[in-house]
Ligand binder design. Structure first.
Ligand code: ZN
Length: 80
């Protein structure tokens, strides 16, 4: 199953937030569900690029897990 993240971006015409899948915003042409104005993918490309950067950073964090806790250095059993 393909994981399709849903994101919410504001329509440049009516300022309604549109909650759709990433690929929806990447379509060459789509229509705002609120005001039915035509939306070109270029209108969202900068926002999407930022979102994808954020998502990549989040995934990296998930993969790397918790940052390693630094050793207190006080006990010999601590650092093993
Ligand atoms: Zn709209």
């Amino acid at each position: 199953m393909l994981f399709e993240p849903r994101i919410s971006l504001e329509c440049p015409y009516c300022d309604e937030s549109i909650y759709e899948t990433l690929s929806w915003f990447k379509k060459d042409y789509s229509t705002c569900p609120a005001c039915e104005q035509g939306l070109a993918s270029g209108q969202f490309s900068v926002l999407i690029a930022n979102l994808e950067k954020e998502m990549a950073a989040n995934i990296e964090e998930m993969v790397n897990g918790q940052p390693p806790t630094s050793c207190c250095g006080n006990k010999s059993s601590c650092c093993a």
